[in-house]
Design a protein around this ligand. Structure first.
Ligand code: ADP
Ligand code: CDP
Length: 237
């Protein structure tokens, strides 16, 4: 597959066209950003780790019946994916309260959420990704009621698959963000699932093994991602 023009350079990944109009190359860079791009650093190996981590998770989700954009890894830092028409929204599920929900609602940090809760955010850095509801999405035409229902169902299905998988690796899946898009009319999971877009705590020690290490300046960011990958059995060679 020939990588052609750079279509978009995001905060952490670059998107390239290919000689097949239905396929893209996602290139995972070492850039690591937080606070809507205000804090940015280069972290050695992060692109490679996230690319392989994401490939592993996408394959597991696909085996569980979740349609994903992932086709295959094509290099240490790149994957071939289906070209989706992305919804400009982020779907967040939380199994434990931390981060923005604690700041917004004043609930106890670390509180277990049973049932897990779901939130939509608008993907817009200039507006700091504001929280939105189903009515905003329908009124402004970001997705239909049917598409909203499907994204919610898929996001919770991902929770069932991944909560168990991380639990078996001694980790708590605290929360995560997913992005969806459409491929020839069918909703698929797009973007990435990696420790950049979720929170993972060690079950015993509650040590943070995700991007909060970067947000909070705790150090050992990529080492933590590698630890998670190792526990799951992701091949980083
Ligand atoms: P951001 O845009 O938030 O800075 P990234 O640096 O991760 O994020 O850039 C990757 C971009 O590619 C995101 O905007 C994401 O929505 C988009 N994207 C991810 N997967 C696909 C796909 N399969 N088809 C089209 N666009 C995609
Ligand atoms: O990170 P912050 O506390 O600002 O936001 P959050 O709403 O608590 O984030 C919930 C989950 O979604 C976390 O796992 C974040 O890493 C993830 N997220 C993301 O990957 N990208 C965003 N733009 C927003 C949240």
């Amino acid at each position: 597959m020939i990588r052609r023009d750079e279509l978009y350079a995001g905060k952490a990944k670059s998107v390239f066209s290919t000689d097949d109009p239905d396929l893209l190359v996602l290139h995972f860079r070492n850039d690591t950003s937080a606070f809507d791009g205000e804090k940015v650093e280069q972290l050695d190996r992060k692109g490679m780790v996230n690319n392989k981590f994401n490939g592993f998770i996408m394959q597991k989700l696909s085996e569980a019946g979740i349609p994903t954009h992932f086709e295959k890894l094509i290099a240490d830092e790149s994957a071939l994916v289906k070209k989706l028409e992305m919804f400009p929204i982020e779907c967040v599920v939380r199994n434990v309260a931390t981060g923005s929900i604690v700041r917004r609602l004043g609930v106890q940090d670390g509180m277990e959420l049973n049932p897990p809760t779901f939130e939509f955010f608008l993907k817009n850095d200039a507006l700091h990704d504001p929280m939105i509801n189903d009515y905003h999405i329908i009124t402004f035409g970001w997705a239909s009621a049917e598409e909203i229902a499907e994204m919610k169902a898929l996001t919770f299905k991902v929770n069932e698959v991944l909560k168990q998988m991380f639990d078996a690796a001694g980790l708590i899946l605290v929360d995560y963000k997913l992005e969806f898009g459409k491929f020839h009319g069918q909703i698929h999971l797009g973007d990435e699932f990696s420790p950049d877009g979720c929170r993972l705590w060690d079950k015993e020690t509650r040590q943070k093994l995700d991007k909060d290490r970067f947000r909070q300046g705790l150090g050992g960011v990529v080492e933590a991602y590698e630890e998670v990958a190792h526990r799951l059995g992701v091949d980083l060679s």
